[in-house]
Design a protein. Structure first.
Length: 517
């Protein structure tokens, strides 16, 4: 049974994202668009449009053509907005890379994505030079071996006349899909515009507040940050208050100083606020959106008790340009623990993992989704694309859930093996491949261990080679040196054998069950 959003969809204009964005914000002029939280450095909407046009023209002058990929390796600082919208206006693909990636990971990202150019924060230029010595780099700030962004800002502020199809790829964040090293998710101009229109067409009370400041701490390389801040947030006139790294005390202070009414969060941020020592005074906050990882009803209730603000859960994934479900002020979408209703333009099915048939309301199955915001596919990986999106356009989420009689959706489990550490994806297969490089490791398995603060942490079960010794700390440090901080193995124990199926598949549920006994 195909489940359809109760909300009417909006027509998607046949324009590229840069035109859509410019039309939405052009009238905001001298209103502040983005400000650096720690320093106060800021840009108005007029400056954002003028400088991003200069960036676009500068990129074109340096040989960037429509479809070329530009790797963004940046924390959340104001200049990212200028460069990001400049790249989009030039017809380039904004390839969003975790700025905490190790040089080894950067080599793999660049090997998969083949960027023509990198745009990076000055302190990260050295790592890029190590990973890709021949790759031209534009730095946000002064850095040896890189051209500063300021060199692009003196050119024409007239948007370049570049022919860009709405079906061309605009942005390429990364996702692990269900397993393995992160894959480039190709999101078209039409996908991103469709997501913006779908969110705006969905009744959501406090969820989108025009002209309100937003604390932009969720990373710009993540689909949540791309959509909530760099795209829809700015289009709605938000003043983005950027934070290059999360610090709870600074987060609270900035929320007070800028009178932020709406918080975009993930469960660890809500947990930090719920457990905030002493008095938590956030008088202007009236709502929080929580996404990227499951949110317990208990945590939402405790946050509301401390702040008086309502928590709305959003559900989605990188592969759908952001969200497909939103629990908001609509009374039919306000059950604690539910991911809410389908947003406008979204369709869903709940499919039995045993029979492949649709299940009845209240019965569990894998959630499939479809809509104009579903990705074109994984970059240069048609096999993974075909495993994720079927011939009828249904994206198989890998999440197990059900829909109730009111049309509310609930997620209760998942088929996919991903670990969600503080809302960030960790693919077990990637960490297993790293561990197996250690000369003492004969076999291993990575699986999720529940954690009150992080949601889940990567835990390793390791089989040592015969007559070889190694400590848990030694192996965890070995992995730590080779992966981004959120991927670190945070618990490790030794076992005699890794439980596997007859076909050799790791039985992670058996390891979880063993932990409980």
């Amino acid at each position: 049974m195909v489940l359809v959003s109760r909300y009417p969809s909006r027509a998607i204009p046949e324009v590229p994202l840069a035109r859509f964005f410019r039309d939405a914000v052009a009238a905001r002029g001298e209103q502040v668009a983005v400000v650096d939280g720690p320093t106060g450095r800021s840009y108005t909407f007029r400056q954002l449009l003028d400088l991003s046009a200069s960036v676009a023209n500068g990129l074109i002058a340096r040989g960037i053509a429509p479809g070329d990929r530009i790797a963004f390796v940046c924390p959340n600082i104001p200049e990212v907005a200028l460069a990001y919208h400049g790249a989009i206006a030039a017809g380039a693909v904004a390839m969003m890379v975790n700025p905490l990636a190790t040089p080894e990971e950067l080599i793999r990202y660049f090997g998969v994505g083949s960027p023509r150019l990198a745009i990076a924060a000055a302190p990260l230029v050295g790592a890029i030079r190590t990973a890709a010595p021949e790759l031209p780099v534009i730095s946000l700030g002064e850095a040896p071996g890189a051209e500063p962004l300021t060199a692009l800002l003196g050119g024409s502020t007239v948007p370049p006349a570049v022919a860009i199809s709405p079906d061309a790829v605009a942005v390429m964040p990364y996702s692990s899909g269900t397993t393995g090293f992160p894959k480039g998710v190709m999101l078209t101009h039409r996908n991103v515009i469709a997501q913006c229109l779908a969110i705006e067409a969905t009744p959501h009370g406090d969820v989108v507040i025009p002209d309100a400041p937003l604390l932009a701490v969720l990373p710009f390389f993540h689909i949540y940050g791309i959509m909530a801040f760099l795209t829809l947030g700015l289009m709605r006139g938000a003043k983005l208050v950027t934070m290059p790294r999360f610090d709870l005390q600074q987060y609270v202070e900035l929320a007070r100083r800028h009178e932020v009414p709406l918080l975009h969060t993930v469960p660890p941020i809500l947990l930090g606020l719920a457990k905030y020592p002493g008095e938590l005074s956030l008088p202007h906050v009236r709502a929080a959106i929580c996404g990227a990882a499951p949110l317990s009803a208990e945590l939402a209730a405790e946050f509301t008790r401390r702040t008086g603000a309502t928590v709305y859960q959003v559900y989605g994934m990188t592969e759908v340009s952001g969200a497909t479900h939103l629990a908001a002020r609509d009374p039919a979408c306000s059950k604690p623990g539910s991911i809410g209703c389908l947003i406008a333009s979204a369709e869903a099915r709940v499919i039995s993992t045993d029979t492949g048939d649709d299940v009845a309301p209240g019965e569990r199955g894998e959630i499939w989704v479809r809509g104009p915001f579903v990705m074109r596919g994984y970059f240069e990986d048609p096999q993974a694309t075909a495993q994720t999106i079927d011939r009828d356009g249904w994206l198989h989420t890998g999440d197990i859930g059900y829909v109730d009689a009111d049309g509310d959706f609930w997620v209760v489990d998942r088929v996919k093996e991903l670990i969600k550490y503080k809302g960030l994806q960790v693919a077990p297969a990637e960490l297993e491949a790293v561990l197996l490089q250690h000369p003492a490791v004969a076999d291993c398995a990575i699986y999720a261990q529940a954690d009150d603060e992080a949601g889940e942490i990567p835990k390793a079960a390791v089989v040592l080679k015969r007559d070889v010794t190694a400590t848990a700390d030694e192996l965890m440090q070995f992995v730590q040196a080779r992966v981004s901080p959120h991927k670190r193995v945070r618990a490790l124990h030794f076992v005699d054998a890794i439980p596997k199926s007859a076909s050799g598949k790791i039985l992670r549920r058996v390891l979880l069950a063993q932990d409980r006994t």
